[in-house]
Design a protein around this ligand. Structure first.
Ligand code: 2HG
Ligand code: ZN
Length: 460
């Protein structure tokens, strides 16, 4: 370590795993956004709370910025290190520390993968219900930092709802033990909820106590073909009324074409403009009648034109693949991503207005819509035309984002539903949060992180 700051860190923590290897800097300096060239100072892999705390204190002393780093599956640049920061990877802090069947909690280190959390809960006959396609690679610390949502929010809410306790090292180097797994705790500001969704700008989560729940009864997965967005919202309202929903996701004909080209199985002989994948409880014979009655009613109203119910786990997985495989199938087309939310009732009008603007200004852009329609959360991926260079594409997409934000503001929506602000959406934060709100956010940041070392440049 020729850098004197790193030499000092090694002197303080001789056992700390630390690397300046160019391969590590490149790998750990980026997340799933591919826009920035990684340029961290080094990567550190602490193995204990004490090491994290010592690193943060060292960083304050040396004026080194820290990028906390989980599975780096984020899509907003929140885990990018492109300005000489120290990446603090939580990869080595990935243990289950405790399971409590009475409290129904699981206490884990932050670097554990979401899927490992789900499996640990299942081993004890319980469920950690937050779920999404990146489950195998993303880490719980990152889920907390972004208040990750995903495909079960319609039933179970976001990550926030499942955090019973948090240990956090603040930007000032203090170790906080927040809420300690309590169900009720009316003792003032609930600081745990400030950390959730703070995108690593306040501190580093070093331990989390997660609430678990009972697993749902056996479920059924159904794919529906729908002729129009208005109809789709009616199907949603009807499904919520008649079925106990676990998921209600949508995608368009364009999205389907990309997943099919990527190896998924064609669900219907004909193409339709919109599709819904829905999953719901189906415990007994009555449930089967309810499902059929729901389906027939929707067909009778003209809201659904075709449908298939999975008759095996393999078929359910292949229906889910149509939705969960979209991101991967679009990746080769260098998509520019937007992740927005409006009130559920505003979805069709918002989509209509936005698509009209896009068609008028950017008729040569292919725009793929999909997402968590049951949460009013839409993913809008603009694919890069082959004849447009990367910089010009990003420029034009940023103008698309401005149009999008103007439309969102008219509909009372948000520029980020679940991916976070990071670097990618920072220019537009002021359009969806008021000046007074942002001033408060800056004030909070200054208290938690007085020297501004925690993930600087992200969010604020
Ligand atoms: C999803 O819902 C993820 O599949 C990714 O949030 C969305 O790729 C995207 O735009
Ligand atoms: Zn999503």
């Amino acid at each position: 370590m020729t850098d004197p700051r790193l030499a000092e860190l090694t002197r303080l923590l001789p056992d700390l795993k630390l690397s300046t290897d160019p391969g590590d800097l490149d790998h750990y300096g980026r997340d799933w956004t591919r826009r920035w060239t990684p340029a961290p100072l080094a990567v550190a892999w602490p193995a204990s709370v004490g090491e994290v705390q010592a690193i943060v204190r060292w960083a304050n002393g040396q004026g080194v910025a820290i990028v906390p780093s989980g599975g780096r599956t984020g899509l907003s640049g929140g885990a990018v290190a492109a300005r000489g920061e120290l990446v603090v990877s939580l990869d080595r802090m990935n243990r289950v520390l405790d399971v409590d069947p009475v409290d129904r909690t699981l206490t884990v280190e932050p670097g554990i993968a979401l899927e490992a959390v789900q499996n640990a809960a299942r081993e004890h006959g319980l469920l950690y219900p937050v779920n999404f396609a990146a489950r195998g690679s993303c880490q719980i610390g990152g889920n907390i930092a972004t208040n990750a949502g995903g495909i079960r929010v319609v039933r179970y809410g976001n990550t926030r709802q499942w955090i019973a306790g948090l240990k956090v090292v603040t930007g000032a180097g203090d170790l906080l033990d927040l809420n300690r797994g309590l169900v009720k705790n009316a003792s003032g500001y609930d600081l745990r909820h400030l950390v959730i969704g703070s995108e690593g700008t306040l501190g580093i989560v070093v331990e989390a106590t997660l609430s678990l729940t009972s697993p749902p009864p056996p479920s059924q997965v159904m794919l529906l073909a729908v002729p129009a967005m208005d109809a789709l919202m009616k199907v949603f309202a009807e499904a919520r009324r008649r079925l106990r929903l676990e998921a209600f996701e949508f995608f368009t004909d364009k999205a389907l074409r990309y997943v099919l080209a990527h190896g998924a199985q064609k669900p219907f002989a004909e193409e339709h403009p919109f599709y819904v994948v829905t999953e719901f409880d189906a415990a007994d014979g009555q449930a089967e009648n309810d499902t059929l009655a729901f389906f027939e009613y929707c067909v009778g109203e003209g809201w659904v034109v075709d449908g298939v119910i999975a008759s095996s786990e393999a078929q359910a997985a292949s229906l889910w693949r149509l939705r969960e495989g979209i991101t991967e199938s679009l990746a080769p087309h260098k998509p520019y991503k937007n992740d927005v939310s409006v009130r559920i009732s505003a979805v069709p009008a918002f989509m209509d207005e936005m698509q009209t603007l896009l068609d008028a200004e950017y008729p040569y852009f292919e725009v793929v819509w999909f997402g968590h329609i049951g949460d009013g959360n839409l993913h809008i991926n603009v694919l890069k035309p082959a004849d447009l260079d990367d910089a010009a594409f990003v420029d034009q997409c940023e103008h698309v984002t401005t149009l999008l934000v103007e439309t969102l503001v008219r509909h009372g929506g948000s520029i980020s539903a679940e991916h976070g602000i990071g670097l990618v959406k920072k220019p537009w934060l002021g359009s969806v949060r008021s000046e007074a709100e942002i001033a408060l956010m800056r004030g909070i940041k200054a208290v938690w992180d007085p020297n501004g070392i925690m993930n600087p440049g992200k969010l604020l």
